[in-house]
Ligand binder design. Structure first.
Ligand SMILES: C[S@@+](CC[C@H](N)C(=O)[O-])C[C@H]1O[C@@H](n2cnc3c(N)ncnc32)[C@H](O)[C@@H]1O
Length: 272
């Protein structure tokens, strides 16, 4: 078991309107092939329990429970009590049978000790993690031989109608994802690559498939969320007034130039 002491981080406080807004794009993007492999594993297990890591308000459970009949219990783990409460309320009618757990994923070893799921699922979670956090989690999975379907890991983005500073701003945005935090540097777009290396070192098998969003220019809601994330993060990475001004000029121009935005992600299916 990894022995490193990793700092626990407070919940980021994900906005439920953002999670609801991205859900249809996630559903459209996900690899059907990898989800089928994961479901086959569930159907062969003695106890058909699925645990959703970083469950948020329950989007991943809502999507897969409609496609994976026969799962007895869906467990949802998140360190944000407000999101676990929202997911619990969403499935209060027992469709599907859902149990929400407020816990940090760094305590996954203890959680798996209490209840061994057939398969773990996680949607849009591990690009938020650091290398040490990811190493800790994958080591727990390799010891318990628990498979994981991890979907929608961010790897990059591009606007079709490009502006000269798009690349510079996206670079700053990704640098913010990978900024130093108490538990190390965030993985951001490097998450799939780092996860693949860690899985290989632990003797596991990983299959990977793209899962990309194509956000039309007309979807001002989702495009607005993306630009607000940039507005809230990129200035933290810029040390001088000229760069701040350059960013604000870009933001104004980007808002005035509606364009299709492609956001690249990868899905990964990990077995032991
Ligand atoms: C981008 S949201 C995705 C939520 C959900 N999976 C979905 O698809 O809508 C990432 C989620 O991971 C949770 N999370 C991040 N770090 C965590 C940790 N260390 N322990 C537990 N949950 C965590 C956040 O609270 C948040 O709900």
């Amino acid at each position: 078991m990894a022995s490193k002491k990793i700092s626990r981080e407070a919940p980021e406080g994900f906005d439920q309107s953002w999670l609801a807004c991205r859900a249809p794009y996630d559903q459209e993007a996900r690899s059907e092939h990898l989800a089928t492999l994961a479901y086959e594993t569930v159907t062969q297990a003695e106890y058909q329990i699925v645990m959703d890591l970083g469950c948020g308000s329950g989007n991943n459970v809502a999507f897969l429970s409609a496609r994976w009949p026969g799962v007895q219990t869906w467990l949802g783990v998140d360190h944000d009590p407000a999101l676990v409460a929202a997911a619990t309320l969403r499935f209060a009618d027992g469709k599907p049978e859902f149990e929400g757990l407020v816990a940090d994923l760094l305590d996954l070893g203890e959680l798996l000790g209490e209840r061994q799921p057939a398969v773990l699922i996680a949607n849009a979670v591990f690009d938020l993690f650091t290398q040490d956090m990811m190493a800790e989690i994958l080591e727990v999975l390799s010891i318990s031989r628990t498979p994981l379907l991890s979907t929608l890991l961010y790897t990059g983005m591009v606007w079709e109608d490009a502006l000269p500073d798009d690349g510079w701003v996206i670079g700053q945005y990704e640098a913010h994802m990978m900024r130093q935090r108490p538990s190390g540097r965030g993985l951001g777009p490097k998450a799939p690559e780092v996860i693949a290396q860690l899985v290989e070192a632990l003797g596991g098998t990983l299959r990977s498939e793209p899962s990309l969003w194509r956000v039309p220019a007309s979807d001002q809601h989702l495009q607005g969320h993306l630009l607000r994330f940039m507005e809230g993060s990129v200035p933290e990475m810029l040390s001088d007034a000229a760069s701040q001004q350059r960013f604000l000029s870009w933001l104004t121009a980007r808002r005035a130039t509606p364009s299709v935005c492609t956001v690249h992600h990868l899905d990964q299916w990990i077995t032991w």
